[in-house]
Structures are given as structure tokens and as C-alpha cells.
Ligand binder design. Structure first.
Ligand SMILES: CC(=O)N[C@@H](C)C(=O)N[C@@H](C)C(=O)N[C@@H](C)C(=O)O
Length: 599
């Protein structure tokens, strides 16, 4: 019979993302944002048929999609070339070219918050007039009138829920990733949803259920749970906790008085249904390990967007008959069995703390003997069981990959997340060093066989490890990594500035630590070959972070390749750019496999 070759890396280049979705009120149309035609656009499927067609053409990433409940328009947010200055557009119900609706100067941001039940009032947040703390407005879509309803203060303040009569509003003020206060503004006053605003905790995801606000918080707890605030009694109560799982998403089914709840624990999510009336909780087996978005339709059907390590983004529908996969997003000619599902391992760090990690072992028939060490970005995020085309490309070429969830990672409790705050370069770095030594002890890798690759905070960690511990690595790839804490702290988006002190520190008060933890301090150590990759429009880690390290290293005569993508931000959304990045990285690693260098 005809024999087909085993999958090649080029097949993984042709996998696509779905970044968000919305389902029409009568569930006859599914819209989703995807780079199916090479750039991010809005695609549609007329349900229950399965054929996707281009719905709206903008060639830009979208941060939200929302159907008008009356079917007269669709709302979408688009930025420009990854600058994350999202602005709000309207799209005709039959699709077409998005029309600017709530937009302004290219530097301004407009965040969708809420659409009234009759589709006539659009609530949104904007950097206009208050770039640091964000103002909230309501736009009357019939008349075009626009009202300011809340001026943010202390931290970026975002509208998170609106009561049905549109007289009460819940806002969340972000003081840090680990410190977010939610309050409700009613006709008779303003009330915090949690009892003590001085206690550092997070709260969010509010939903009005008559005169009760349900929300998630980790107030007085390591893990986020379901809580409620009674608007009449002005009383806070814990409703339901999930032990060592943290609630990350809440969606209410008003007709059946049930909550759909996603929790996270380490590298995986869990899915539940909670019946408010009788207090019963049911675990629902999900078809993916990580759930990124949920929508509950009036019919009770639940739609989720998610992915697993060997399943790219897909949208699924759930009801009493079980799960149905709606999208058929797959890797070109590659089944999940042909990919590598990671093992979850633990190792002990310098202070005895147990650290969880993902180990993707290259299949024996592909194994090239080399390992890629991957510190994740964030840093208050985690490497989880989600599909990454880059990982499966590396695995296909024979690299094993190791991803530690060092201190500061999410999914392991609030004390663990806080451990990276004002300590970007010591504890987490030592966790990474202990991970590497564990890899060597286990015989999985050695300093002759180890590459270091990281993006964003992971790029920062790659630079820092390179500068301070070059003896462990053959070569290093830094993808939009922070190179200098003094310049980074002042170059972040304006609405992050209130977070910076707790997150990273103060450049004057913490001058010594900033110096000690800035990769640029360790240029002398950075002697291994390096590839630096950067999006020119990156608003989070700006190009100057990569420019300065590249310039300094080149000046010192080091071997540094530099790839700049002019039309990308903090990530690579355009297929041709993504392929360029993966190919450059694979070529770089291959080139440096055989070469031996001395430190
Ligand atoms: C609430 C908020 O926006 N927090 C930011 C300070 C934040 O934590 N951002 C990270 C997700 C982020 O983008 N970090 C960069 C440095 C990275 O990707 O590592």
C-alpha cells in the first residue's frame, strides 16, 4: 500500500489559534477570532453546520466578540499590529468590514465591559482622560450620547458587572496581580464586596443574582472560592470552596439558577456545575485540560473554548447529551497520538520547596538527545497542559522540553504566587537552577545537551541564567525578554504602573536589588551564542529591552542573532511571522548542537 512519511515540523507550522468566540442568542451562529487565513480575523460557522467562513476582515487580533441580543450587530475589539490598544468596532449581522464605534487616538484603549439586555447601552472602560486608572463610560447606541460613570483611582479600575436594572455596578481595582479589590456602587452608596480592603487578596468575576452578588475571591484563603455579597444586608459570605483548586471563571445560567465554574490546580483546569437553590455541586469531565472561555446560552447549552497539550484550540458544546466538538481545528495531518503529552513531575528546590514541572519527552524515534529548558512568562502565570505549536515543533525535531512552575507561578496558592513579588531574580532563579540540576541528576540532560529558551519573563530568566550560569547551556534564545529592570519598570503600559511597586519594586528604594537582578549586569557571563526575538510593537516588554542587550553584546564582540518582527507585539499572531520565528529558532538550535564552546 501507499506509505506516508511521519509528520514533519512544517505540519506543526500550520496549526491555528482561536482566541475567543461568541454564540448568537438563538445559537444558529458561532463567531470566533482565528488566524485561519494567516492573520487574525473573525470567522463564522452557521450551526449546526460545520463549515467555517470569513465573517469580518480586519487582519488584527480581537480581545472580545459580542452579539447584540436583538441580532442587529456584532461588537468586536481590535488592536493594531499587537499594540494592545484595543478599540471597539461594530460589524453588520451579515458580516463584512468592521466599522469604528468607540474608538479614538491610536494610543488610546477601549475595553468592552457590558452590553445592556436590549443591546442599546454599551458600557466600556477607556484610557482616554485617565490612562493610569481607566474611566468607565456608557454609550447610548441609539443617540450616540456618552456618559462618564466612574473615574478609576488607585489602580486600573474596570467595570465587571451591571445589575439588570442598570442601577448597580461592580468595579474591580487592580492594585497588583495578587491584590484586586471589588466594590459595588449602588444608588444608596458604595460597598466593598470583601470585609477588609487592607488585607491583600483578589476578588473578581462578579455576577448579579437578584439582590445578591456572587463572585470569586481568595479573601482569607490560599485558594479562590465562590463567595457572595448580600446587597440588602451588606453582608459577605463564603459559598463554596474547592480545597486546593482556585476558582478562575464563573458563568451563571439564569434560567436554571446554576453556576458553571472553572477551577485551576497546577497544570490543569476542572469544570463544575453548582446549583444555587439546592447547593449541589457536580464535576463535569471536560474534553480539554485548559478552559479559556465559557458562554452559557438561554437554552442551557454551554460553549467552551479550550486546549490540551496535544489538542489545539477548539470550541465545544455541552448539554445533557454530553460534549460535541464544534470546530475541527487540528494540526495538519497529525493526530494527538503523534504528539507528546507531558509528564507532570516534581523536584525539590534549594529551600526544600517542592516545585511542579512539565516534562515533554521527545519520542524515541525523533529524540536528538538535546533538551530545551523553558522558564515560562508572566511571571505570575504558569506553564500548563495547553497546546503550543512551538513545543510540538521542537519535539518533532527531537528536543525534550522541561518547564518548571517556579515560585511565583499561579495555580499553587496565593503565598506561592506572591513569592516572585519584589524577588524576580533570586528565588525563582534558584528554582530554575535546581530544575536543571534535577535534569542532570536524572540523566535527562547535561550541560553539553541543554538549550535555554524563554519568552517575556521567561526571556528575562533566560538572560539572567545565561549571564549568571552560562556553564549550564549550549546556547540561549530570548524572546522579548526584560533585560534591564530600571528601564522596564518605566516602559510598561501606563495602567500597569500602579502595580509595579508590589510586583517588581521601586528603582530608587530597591536600586541594589534592581542591579543584582537585571540581566544587563551580567554581560560578561553571556558568552554562549544567543538569538534574540522581538516584536517592534510590543507594549509590555518594549523593543528597547532587546535592543540594549543586543547592542551591548555585539559591542563586546559576542555572537548574537537578532530577529525583529515589525508588525507584531507581545506574541506572534501572523502565520508567516510565526513560521519565520520557529524556523529561525530551529535553525539556530540545530546550528549550535554540534558546536562546542568554552565559557
Ligand atoms: C493585571 C495585569 O495586567 N498585570 C500585568 C502586570 C501582568 O502580570 N502582565 C503579565 C501577564 C505580563 O504580560 N507579563 C510579561 C512581562 C510576560 O509575559 O512575562
Amino acid at each position: 500500500m501507499i506509505k506516508f512519511p511521519k509528520p514533519t515540523v512544517e505540519q506543526f507550522f500550520r496549526s491555528y489559534v482561536i482566541s475567543n468566540f461568541t454564540v448568537s442568542p438563538n445559537e444558529d451562529q458561532l463567531l470566533f477570532s482565528s488566524n485561519l487565513n494567516g492573520t487574525m480575523n473573525v470567522w463564522a460557522m452557521n450551526l449546526p453546520d460545520q463549515y467555517p467562513y470569513l465573517f469580518a476582515h480586519q487582519d488584527e487580533s480581537s480581545d472580545f466578540l459580542k452579539f447584540d441580543p436583538e441580532g442587529r450587530y456584532v461588537l468586536a475589539g481590535f488592536d493594531r499590529n499587537g499594540d494592545e490598544n484595543y478599540q471597539i468596532y461594530a460589524i453588520a449581522p451579515e458580516g463584512g468590514l468592521p466599522q469604528p464605534l468607540v474608538t479614538g487616538d491610536s494610543e488610546e484603549k477601549y475595553f468592552y465591559a457590558h452590553l445592556s439586555e436590549d443591546g442599546e447601552r454599551l458600557y466600556y472602560g477607556t484610557s482616554k482622560g485617565n490612562p493610569r486608572f481607566i474611566n468607565t463610560h456608557v454609550r447610548h447606541l441609539k443617540t450616540g450620547d456618552d456618559e462618564l460613570i466612574q473615574e478609576g483611582e488607585q489602580g486600573a479600575t474596570l467595570l465587571t458587572a451591571v445589575s439588570e436594572d442598570e442601577k448597580s455596578f461592580v468595579f474591580s481595582t487592580i492594585l497588583a496581580n495578587t491584590y484586586t479589590l471589588s466594590f459595588v456602587k449602588t444608588e444608596d452608596g458604595v460597598y466593598d464586596l470583601t470585609p477588609d480592603r487592607e488585607q491583600v487578596h483578589v476578588s473578581g468575576g462578579a455576577t448579579f443574582v437578584d439582590s445578591t452578588i456572587y463572585f470569586m475571591t481568595n479573601y482569607d484563603s490560599e485558594f479562590s472560592y465562590l463567595a457572595k455579597f448580600d446587597l440588602e444586608e451588606k453582608e459577605f459570605k463564603k459559598v463554596l470552596d474547592f480545597e486546593d483548586e482556585s476558582v478562575k471563571t464563573l458563568k451563571y445560567d439564569k434560567q436554571r439558577e446554576q453556576f458553571y465554574i472553572v477551577t485551576e490546580k497546577g497544570v490543569k483546569d476542572f469544570f463544575y456545575r453548582y446549583d444555587v437553590k439546592n447547593g449541589t455541586l457536580e464535576n463535569i469531565d471536560a474534553p480539554v485540560d485548559v478552559i479559556e472561555k465559557i458562554q452559557v446560552a438561554k437554552s442551557g447549552n454551554v460553549y467552551i473554548l479550550g486546549r490540551s497539550a496535544v489538542i489545539p484550540h477548539n470550541i465545544f458544546k455541552y448539554n445533557e447529551s454530553g460534549w460535541k466538538q464544534l470546530t475541527a481545528n487540528q494540526v495538519l495531518g497529525v493526530s494527538p497520538e503523534d504528539m507528546v503529552d507531558p509528564e507532570v513531575v516534581t523536584y525539590e528546590s534549594f529551600d526544600g520547596m517542592e516545585i511542579e514541572a512539565l516534562l515533554f519527552r521527545a519520542k524515541p524515534e525523533n529524540d536528538n538527545g538535546y533538551t530545551v529548558f523553558w522558564p515560562h512568562g508572566g511571571p505570575q502565570a504558569a506553564e500548563r497542559k495547553f497546546y503550543r505549536a512551538m513545543f510540538q515543533c521542537l519535539l518533532n525535531r527531537g528536543y525534550t522540553i522541561f518547564c518548571p512552575n517556579f515560585r511565583g507561578s499561579t495555580g499553587y496558592g496565593s503565598s506561592f504566587v506572591k513569592m516572585v513579588e519584589q524577588d524576580w531574580g533570586e528565588g525563582p532563579r534558584l528554582d530554575n537552577i535546581h530544575a536543571i540540576e534535577w535534569l542532570f541528576d536524572q540523566g535527562i540532560s547535561s550541560s553539553e545537551k541543554l538549550f535555554l529558551v524563554g519568552g517575556s519573563y521567561g526571556g528575562y530568566m533566560a538572560l539572567l541564567l545565561h549571564g549568571r550560569h552560562p556553564e549550564y547551556f549550549k546556547a540561549v534564545v530570548d524572546i522579548f525578554g526584560v533585560s534591564n529592570l530600571f528601564t522596564f519598570v518605566n516602559s510598561v503600559p501606563e495602567h500597569w504602573k500602579p502595580i509595579m511597586k508590589r510586583w517588581l519594586g521601586d528603582p530608587e528604594e530597591d536600586k541594589e536589588r534592581f542591579e543584582k537582578d537585571s540581566p544587563v549586569t551580567y554581560l560578561d557571563g553571556m558568552k554562549k551564542p544567543m538569538l534574540v526575538i522581538q516584536g517592534a510593537k510590543d507594549p509590555r516588554v518594549v523593543k528597547e529591552e532587546s535592543d540594549q542587550i543586543v547592542d551591548k553584546l555585539r559591542h563586546a564582540g559576542r555572537d548574537v542573532e537578532y530577529l525583529v518582527l515589525d508588525d507584531e507585539g507581545h506574541g506572534f499572531s501572523k502565520k508567516e511571522n510565526e513560521i519565520n520565528v520557529y524556523q529561525t529558532m530551529l535553525d539556530f538550535l540545530e546550528k549550535h548542537q554540534k558546536v562546542s564552546q568554552k565559557v
